[in-house]
Ligand binder design. Sequence first.
Ligand code: C2E
Ligand code: CA
Ligand code: CA
Length: 694
Amino acid sequence: MLAGSHNSSLVLISLLVAILASYTALDMAGRIATAQGRAAHWWLAGGACAMGIGIWSMHFIAMLAFHLPIPLGYDLPITAVSLLIAIASSALALWLVGRETLPWRRLAGGALLIGAGIAGMHYTGMAALQMSPGIRYIPSLFILSIVVAVLASGTALWIAFNLRRESIWVRPLRAGAAVIMGVAIVGMHYTGMAAAEFPLGSICGAARDGMDTGWLAVVIIVVTLAVLAIALITSVLDVRMEARTAMLALSLAEANQELTYLALHDNLTKLPNRVLLEDRLDRAIQEAAQKNTRFALMFMDLDGFKAVNDAYGHPVGDQLLVEVARRIVATVRAQDTIARLGGDEFVLLASVGEPEDAATLAEKVLTAIREPFQVTGRELRVSTSIGIAMYPGDGTLQHDLLTNADAAMYHAKALGRNTICFFEASMNANVHEQLQLVQDLRLALERGELILQYQPKLTAPSGPVVGVEALVRWVHPTRGLIAPDQFIPQAEKTGLIVPMGNWILDEACRQMREWRDAGHPHWTVAVNLSALQFRHASLIKTVRDTLARHALEPGCLTLEVTESTAMRDADASLQILKQLHDMGVRISIDDFGTGYSSLLYLKRLPASELKIDRGFIRDLTRDTEDAAIVSAIVALGRTLNLDIVAEGVETAKQQDFLTRLGCDSLQGFLLGRPMSAEMLIASLSGDDKLADAA
Ligand code: C2E
Ligand code: CA
Ligand code: CA
């Protein structure tokens, strides 16, 4: 046999190349696993080439390290075939690793195929020597080399599959795995070489003259290293780019989520908005229809919110809304939807089966909201009016349920606020009635359907009469007498209140003239001004002209402005009130105590009178808090030199109590209902006392 020997530095280089090729292969496997679409194919092709070239050049460098005492050479086409086999095996290996799963059977099959491929490459490469006589292989070592190739391939596949995903440990683990794989591949090669026996007298058919194998080794090493380095660098750069793309995609997804959130939620309170509510309501309807269950839809509107806004401005109002939302959320259950429709309107979609449960839940909300709020250091009080519609009894369509809950809410408001009200079919009739009413209202003034009633205002406790409050009534041709609460809000909305208010002022003054002439020179007549009238540019001129027309001194006219109207845009209000005051007209702050006047502002207010809101009088004799408020208002009036009037006096107890608290004048059903001018005169006794009020 010819004695073969190996050049030890080339052997070492072949081992390094094997390790590097293994590392590259593992890295490529990771790329293929995480890359998407087309890119995965490119990585597979490029990776297979890099890995194939790597394994093959390891083999070829090892061959170049091999020396026989005869000249050696390699047949080019056969060598090329061995390279192709290496690339094909690599492609198969990378493809397997890139699969979602790697079951044992596929791993075993893959190991066999790839092992066979590597062995095939090796022995094809050996065949490129074109020895004659042929190389003899020792069967045991030959088989061992193939077993090593298969085992090495199996191990490599398994490791590569498990190290495909990026993580912090993947690089050191890959490096370790690459060493094992490199050693295994080299082991296979040298086992194969050990199996080879070259009979004495063999000649190498591919030997070429003057072909410097050392030079060839350098070229192959450089080319291989370059290929592997390019593959690795590209891979690293691609990982970075992928990471950046992933980050961009993530922030895009986040932005998208944020946008969706914004589109479906109220900016201020973060509650669902109308869009989301309608969606949930649709689902609730579908579900209830399928399962034959019921649910409740509640419309909630805050009472007294406008006063807060007017007094403290929108930032405080907004903060209050946020707090209100928080309380409602804390009161309802997680499966209920509470949405804000804008302003101070909230809607609750509650999965309750029975109206009683709905009522209990609504009561809970009512109680929660009634508690005072602390907002920016102030104590604020509001209440809620809640209208409830039940599915399916009060409607099976989204629109019907919403409209009916809304109608019920308006009813709750009309019932005196801070209360709940279930929908009833008659409420809807009201909506149509209201529309008709607005149309009739336009004609009411021309047709002379409005009249004024007068309610006496008495010196506490029982007279004499110091003046009257003019209260408008509408004598409707078919519906009879309609109270102002039923049409003043509509008149406000449509602007009709301005001509209507002018008529009321004129009529009240005309009546006043009549009374003066009839011998009541000390009376004053009070006329209510709505917010729109109060703000109207022509107010001052109208008042002046009207007084002049009836030859009245301004001092016998009192204009009643509600506290919240006076507080809205405080500086502008102050200007208007000043002009009226300078003219000599008396100003009365109506419904006092429901708004949030600041003391500072009150001090500057050129008012003559504070009218305590009816709400405080109602339970006065039972509610100590109300009594405290009334006596505080009286004290305030004293300090600011204002007359204090209590309205809504219905019982002798209240009359007595208010007198003792120090109210200057009283007004209420006990002392005299609103009545016609003739009735008023008729009910007077000689000393301007009311006949039945004494
Ligand atoms: P307001 O200015 O607070 O008027 C007092 C209301 O209380 C009147 O209701 C009066 O009838 C009622 N009232 C008087 N004494 C008692 C009592 O002892 N118990 C109870 N429960 N109520 C009593 P009315 O006439 O229905 O007016 C309601 C509101 O409509 C008025 O509240 C006022 O804001 C508005 N209003 C009435 N007339 C006019 C008007 O001519 N112009 C404008 N702009 N608004 C008016
Ligand atoms: Ca009034
Ligand atoms: Ca009032």
